[in-house]
Design a protein around this ligand. Structure first.
Ligand SMILES: Cc1ncc(C[n+]2csc(CCOP(=O)(O)OP(=O)(O)O)c2C)c(N)n1
Length: 544
């Protein structure tokens, strides 16, 4: 384990001291447990290895729940170490005591109530084994959170010498080494032998996305890849499916013969609706993590391993070309409609032009993730796109992005709306306290712009105050309060320059772009209409 997060308190003192004094673990200190949980989540998501988070007893531990739930849904290895009162102080009116047993319910892969171990050789062997087991459980199968609850009795700091620990393995070797799980053989089982109009849909955590994209390109199979899949690349990538699949005629002409679904389902509603409308088309999900992403109950075959990639498939000639031609028409229509004026979709489309290879783009839920899916072009470089799309909420986004930055591995740019930023405003403490540099591109439309797309927008008496929730926050002042740099570009050029400056800077910078919710809705509608018009106009050339 390389990273751990702490939050202050008394009862957790022994755990905090143990983590801080272990030179091989980098400890990140947080004030708010909710932030600590999401920070750990981000670091674990980015590194792919378990990260521990500890806190004191009571509601402190309850504040970790949102991150634990997200970790479960997004398969992120998190090790939660909560401090608790010893048995004699439970249910007797002692302060700061709640029932912490199975506090996170089914959201954790494993709960274990640790006893009050003495520092004898047997107990140390037990605790070492427990630590290894927690680590391996968090990492194995589908990864996820585990919870160890530690009753701790006064004194909470050592009042004497510890006996010599003779249980460590030589040369700092782990106490237990586990054989890495064998990669499931590609295409375990007989596998289908499809032909005709084949299609691949790739979502978050698609295994080996580059290989998948190369395979699709080589075999002429259209690849509808969510940016979170890492597979939106190469010649078969169809980027604008979210807009194209709103056109009934387009859909009518593109009934596939086989659909391969890899990784999680993409966010796009039109894509989901289209897949749901094709129960008669064999849909085959490759499912290496044992997850079950099929809300419409249309998947006919589940493959345990990766998608088999047989060569020499009999794919219908012209099938990929027709998708690619429509995709290019859509791109042209989008670019014409968006022009150069700053808008939320334009930023989702162009932001990556200013970031160096190896950057991670962390995208908040609500419109940012949707706009990135709809508008981010295919890229051949190693841009990584991450998001908290396990449970799809907006909480903890800032902290998660800082956690990604803490795990190292290149610059991190966070694209986020104002409500999501306000929700995790405390996460900004990581900028100065932990010395982490993030580039935060803030799309400030003073409220939840997404709700304008929903029928509730018509309920005028309640909509603005209770759904859109404008707040009027002055983010310049907020940046100052949290020791962040601040820029407010007014056009595309100055935005690009601000992003590039921020990426060179050693401090976190908030780059605020003001937008308008009503205008954003209107622009999205215009773009969608323009794509439909363009595809229809080019129908002759794109027909299959
Ligand atoms: C923890 C949590 N509470 C409530 C919601 C419901 N919700 C969905 S989107 C949204 C508004 C987000 O607004 P903002 O971040 O400004 O993005 P925009 O909609 O403007 O793109 C809310 C409150 C949620 N997703 N997560």
């Amino acid at each position: 384990m390389q990273h751990a997060c702490t939050a202050p308190g008394s009862r957790c003192t022994p755990i905090v001291l143990s983590l801080v004094r272990e030179s091989r673990i980098r400890c990140w200190s947080h004030i708010d447990e909710r932030c600590a949980g999401f920070f750990a989540l981000g670091a674990a998501k980015a590194s792919g290895t378990p990260v521990a988070v500890t806190c004191t007893s009571g509601t402190a531990a309850a504040n970790l729940a949102p991150a634990v739930i997200e970790a479960r849904h997004a398969r992120v290895p998190l090790i939660v170490l909560t401090a608790d009162r010893p048995p004699e102080l439970r249910e007797v009116g002692a302060g700061q005591t709640i029932d912490q047993l199975k506090l996170y319910g089914e959201a954790v892969k494993w709960f274990f109530e640790v006893d009050l171990p003495d520092a004898t050789a047997e107990r140390l062997r037990f605790i070492r084994t427990l630590a290894c087991r927690a680590y391996l459980t968090a990492l194995g199968g589908p990864a996820g959170p585990v919870h160890l609850n530690f009753p701790l009795r006064d004194p909470l700091v050592l009042d004497g010498e510890l006996p010599e620990d003779r249980t460590a393995r030589a040369n700092d070797h782990p106490y237990i080494i586990r054989e890495p799980p064998a990669d499931p053989p590609p295409g375990a089982g007989p596998g289908p032998h499809p032909s005709g109009r084949l299609l691949i849909v790739a979502g978050a955590d698609a295994p080996q996305p580059r290989e998948l994209a190369a395979y699709a390109a080589k075999n002429g199979i259209p690849l509808l890849a969510d940016p979170l899949s890492g597979a939106r690349r190469n010649a078969a990538a169809v980027t604008h499916y979210d807009l194209m699949l709103r056109d009934a005629d387009f859909i009518a002409q593109r009934r596939p013969d086989f659909i391969f679904r890899v990784g999680d389902l993409p966010t796009s509603k039109p894509l989901r609706a289209w897949l749901a409308s094709l129960p008669d088309v064999p849909q085959i999900a490759s499912d290496p993590y044992g997850t079950w992403h099929d809300p419409d109950a249309v998947v006919a075959m589940r493959l345990r391993g990766r998608l088999p990639q047989p060569e020499g498939l009999d794919v219908e000639p012209g099938w990929l070309d027709s998708w690619r031609a429509a995709d290019e028409s859509a791109a042209a229509a989008i670019d014409r409609q968006l022009g150069e004026e700053l808008s939320e979709p334009l930023i989702a489309r162009r932001l990556v032009e200013w970031v160096p290879p190896g950057t991670t783009l962390f995208v908040a839920s609500s419109m940012p993730i949707r706009d990135v899916e709809s508008f981010l072009p295919a890229r051949e470089d190693d841009l990584r796109v991450l998001a908290n799309r396990g449970a799809n909420w907006i909480d903890g986004t800032v902290s998660s992005a800082f956690g990604v930055a803490a795990a190292g591995g290149g610059p991190v740019v966070l694209l986020i709306g104002d409500v999501a930023l306000a929700h995790d405003i405390g996460g900004l403490l990581a900028a100065r306290r932990l010395g982490l540099a993030l580039t935060i591109v803030l799309l400030n439309n003073d409220g939840g712009g997404i709700f304008h797309f929903l029928p509730v927008a018509g309920e005028k008496d309640a909509f603005e105050d209770h759904v859109a929730t404008p707040h009027g926050l002055q983010f310049r002042q907020m940046a100052e309060l949290y020791g962040c740099g601040y820029e407010r570009p007014e056009n595309l050029e100055t935005l690009g320059a601000a992003v590039e400056r921020s990426l060179q800077s050693e401090v976190t910078t908030i780059i605020e772009v003001r937008t308008d919710r009503e205008q954003n809705l209107a622009l999205h509608r215009r773009v969608a209409q323009a794509v439909t018009d363009e595809i229809s106009a080019n129908r002759g050339s794109t027909q299959t």
